[in-house]
Design a binder for this molecule. Structure first.
Ligand SMILES: Cc1cc2nc3c(=O)[nH]c(=O)nc-3n(C[C@H](O)[C@H](O)[C@H](O)COP(=O)(O)OP(=O)(O)OC[C@H]3O[C@@H](n4cnc5c(N)ncnc54)[C@H](O)[C@@H]3O)c2cc1C
Length: 443
């Protein structure tokens, strides 16, 4: 072939190849952007786009779109990629790992609490975790910083600060009362025992806190930490049973007592002594650590029969129940997801919800509950409430008419009482954070 045409063909081939690669790149970019944009729209619809507390904020001017933050986030679908930049999709699902912050090669991510429009109320604490009430400390997520490792570190440090400042003139009071036995409360308890303090730990539920409520198969992401009375824990990934078993072993090996199923209702202070009132007793102490997290206490219905053993406020192992008559009270995602899981185990499930329709459900949950209802796999009673829980039945009011249905188990998902109520009652100063940056140190 004529060398001129040969060269022309080669040049055209190379230009064509470059253009094809560029076109493919544009198609990929546009597809990824569309996917992210549609995920953002869905997140907005279901209320997960707006941050609740800690969340990443991306500086669009410095972001180079490396995608490192998206890869690094262990929770998935919190961040996405659109038009060459990282974008926040489900801000309210962020638990504050900070992995995105550490992965970003150009420091374009800040972790913030609250937004300009929506402030987040947090207790005011000093660098030593002390509140405006002297010798009343806050450790763990209640102070605004999530994650198991942070809670463990803060619980330990709060007790060490207390041990240094403690001035006691009698042995009749506790040195410290620790409220809550999640990661922060357990760590505080172990540190108190290690320092030979006279301590008492009160937990409204069972040990483990939020971790105890994780699904059994959830992978817990964490990093190496010092567990008091145990030493260095070199875990990166673990599971709920592994972590709970480890805590239980340390607790029993060191003969540590934690009062479970005992809820603190109020705390007051006079003459430098705290009075801690639980639903069982009143105790006195020189200092108090609030390690009650931010998830609150499940709200009760206050109906006769609610104290029965067949009434629960969370679903941990749906596979344990088969062919039971189960009532699920509530219309939020937790209620619907639990009802669906229980129905999948061939239980006879009824949902009682006080409103006339489901609002703010995740679209997938809404779609599934509608299908299960049409297929008669779950019976949904709108405009209904529980009047009384009997041993083998429940009495409901549906559109103000009584309805009695057979029943073996009741699950109540009526929301929670936020910990701020308790803080306000005690007199802890609370401040609103409007998008304040949370500092992280580069690894
Ligand atoms: C879905 C989800 C996934 C997560 N994944 C991870 C992860 O992979 N890795 C990670 O590091 N972190 C993760 N976290 C965050 C982590 O679980 C929390 O940051 C951590 O549990 C906070 O510990 P805490 O001790 O401060 O509070 P909590 O764990 O919330 O414990 C507080 C305890 O106080 C008790 N309490 C409350 N009120 C009272 C009262 N009045 N009287 C007595 N007791 C009371 C509660 O019953 C509870 O046991 C996740 C959180 C969620 C919700």
């Amino acid at each position: 072939m004529n060398p001129f045409y040969e060269n022309l063909f080669s040049i055209l081939f190379i230009v064509g190849l470059v253009l094809s690669i560029f076109l493919i790149y544009l198609l990929v970019v546009s597809r990824r952007s569309r996917i992210t944009q549609s995920k953002i729209e869905k997140a907005k619809e279901s209320g997960f786009h707006e941050p609740v507390s800690l969340h990443p904020v991306i500086n669009a001017e410095t972001c180079i779109g490396s995608g490192a933050c998206i890869e690094a986030c262990p929770e998935k679908d919190i961040l996405g990629w659109a038009n060459g930049r990282a974008k926040v999709i489900n801000a309210s699902r962020c638990v504050g790992h900070g992995a995105c912050f550490h992965a970003c090669p150009v420091q374009a991510i800040t972790l913030c609490i609250g937004t300009e429009k929506r402030g987040v109320e947090l207790p005011h604490i000093s660098q030593e975790f002390e509140t405006n009430i002297p010798m009343l400390y806050i450790a763990g997520e209640l102070g605004g910083m999530g994650l198991i490792k942070n809670a463990v570190v803060q619980g330990k440090q709060a007790v060490e600060f207390i041990a240094r400042r403690l001035q006691k003139n009698s042995d009749k009071h506790y040195d410290v009362i620790i409220i809550g036995a999640g990661p922060a409360g357990i760590s505080a308890t172990l540190t108190a025992a290690k320092n030979n303090l006279k301590y008492l730990t009160l937990e409204q539920d069972t040990i483990g806190g939020t971790v105890f409520n994780f699904p059994r198969r959830k992978i817990i992401m964490t990093s190496a930490m010092d567990l008091p009375l145990y030493g260095k824990l070199k875990l990166k990934e673990t599971t709920k049973p592994e972590l709970i078993n480890l805590w239980s072993e340390i607790i029993s090996k060191n003969e540590i007592v934690i009062n479970q199923q005992e809820k603190v209702l109020n705390i007051s202070k006079s003459n430098d002594i705290f009075e801690v009132e639980s639903d069982k007793q009143v105790y006195s102490s020189y200092s108090v650590i609030l390690a009650i997290g931010r998830r609150g206490s499940p709200r009760k219905l206050g109906v006769p029969g609610e104290e029965k053993e067949k009434v629960f406020y969370r679903l941990l192992d749906p596979e344990l129940y088969k062919n039971e008559n189960i009532l699920v009270v509530g219309g939020g995602d937790s209620a619907i997801e639990s009802a669906l899981l229980l129905a999948d185990e061939n239980n006879n499930v009824t949902i009682s919800y006080r409103s006339d329709k489901f609002v703010r459900l995740k679209p997938k949950n809404l779609e599934r509950i509608q299908k299960y209802s049409i297929d008669n796999k779950i019976s949904v009673l709108f405009n209904s409430s529980v009047k009384e829980i009997l041993d083998n039945e429940v009495i409901l009011l549906v559109n103000n008419e009584e309805l009695i249905i057979p029943n073996n188990i009741v699950y109540i998902f009526a929301g929670g009482e936020l910990p701020n109520h308790l803080l306000e009652k005690i007199g802890v100063r609370i401040t609103k954070k409007f998008g304040d940056a949370v500092l992280f140190h580069k690894k």
